[in-house]
Design a protein around this ligand. Structure first.
Ligand SMILES: O=C(O)CCC(=O)C(=O)O
Ligand SMILES: [Fe+2]
Length: 319
């Protein structure tokens, strides 16, 4: 049932002007980021460096990958917990999520080595245009990530450069490419409502609808795909780091359209242990989390069978 409130995910513009550090527009944009995260657990962001050409070429590359034979795609394996390897769709399964969704992890294509490594597994004879597109796109998304983190730190008055630098250095990224095959029947709940583990996930999608997010008062709203914007979602680690000021964003994919949906998601991981900054603890906000072992949390969550769980960060490191 609707609450009568019309929800619209805030759209924030990371323009050249707004990204000038310490300028008034930087401070204002940081406040918008904080407000959006506290109210929605997410925001939509446009970035002046992101072009329609790069949008088209990254989805061209994504399609090129998924069009490879299954045996080739299965070469991408991983022994890490979480979703780092290739997961095939299973057309023989009863018509449900595993019938229509396939995906692959790509470890840190923000580095040339990461992009080349993945490309060479898929195309041993080489595929420069795939590798270059993947690298340029992921570098740009990683910039969005870093800027969003800096804005969150500053908007909460956490200005210790050392803390920010060590946070940055211990972060690594996993990209995941998804293909949701066009529907042949009624709608399918593909992923199950869930939150993501990390600090932020950043998502870009093609024109096919399906992604939904849950608002604070429990309503599910559709995210309208846009070729020029990304969705930045707060994950469980941000919720803990912020001492519950930000709530991780519950989301899901419900396929309704008879068209293939593609999405690309940057997941962020932090090596080691992070703490709720002292600036975020006061009488009104007593400390709610012990030190957060982020990779330990990833393992903890992966050990749970279903993705349809409530946020588990409080079970893992709540005070
Ligand atoms: O494909 C999407 O748009 C969302 C994927 C997702 O939420 C996830 O894998 O955690
Ligand atoms: Fe997710």
């Amino acid at each position: 049932m609707g609450s009568g409130i019309e929800y619209k995910i805030p759209v924030i513009n990371f323009s050249e002007e707004n990204l000038k550090p310490a300028s008034d527009s930087w401070i204002l944009t940081s406040k918008q980021v904080r407000y959006a995260l506290e109210e929605y657990g997410c925001f939509e962001v446009t970035y002046h460096k992101f072009t329609l050409q790069l949008h088209n070429s990254i989805f061209g590359a994504t399609k090129e990958f998924f069009d490879l034979p299954k045996e080739t795609k299965m070469q991408k394996t991983s022994d890490r917990p979480g979703a780092f390897g290739y997961v095939a769709a299973n057309p023989a399964a009863p018509y449900n999520k595993s019938t229509i969704c396939e995906s692959t992890g790509i470890d840190d294509p923000t580095t040339v080595e990461g992009a080349v490594y993945f490309t060479n597994i898929m195309w041993p004879q080489g595929n420069d245009s795939f590798g270059e597109t993947l690298h340029s796109f992921s570098k740009l998304v990683a910039e969005l990530y870093e800027t969003s983190v800096r804005m969150v730190f500053e908007s909460y008055g956490v200005n210790d450069q050392g803390l920010f630098d060590s946070f940055k250095e211990s972060t690594f990224h996993l990209f995941r490419l998804f293909k949701y095959k066009a529907l042949q029947t009624n709608e399918v709940d593909v992923l199950g409502a869930h939150t993501d583990c990390g600090f932020f996930s950043i998502l870009h999608q093609n024109e096919v609808k399906g992604l939904q997010i849950k608002t604070k008062d429990g309503q599910w709203i559709d995210v309208k795909p846009s070729p020029s914007s990304f969705l930045v979602l707060a994950g469980d680690v941000l919720m803990a780091w912020s001492n519950d000021r930000v709530h991780s964003c519950e989301h899901n994919v419900i396929m309704k359209e008879n068209k293939d949906r593609y999405s690309i998601v940057l997941f962020s991981f932090i090596k080691g242990v992070i703490h709720v900054p002292e600036e975020l603890v006061d009488e009104e906000h007593p400390l709610r989390y012990k030190p957060i072992d982020c990779m330990g949390y990833e393992v903890f969550r992966s050990s749970k069978e279903s993705r349809k769980f409530a946020c588990l960060i409080k079970d893992f490191c709540g005070v």
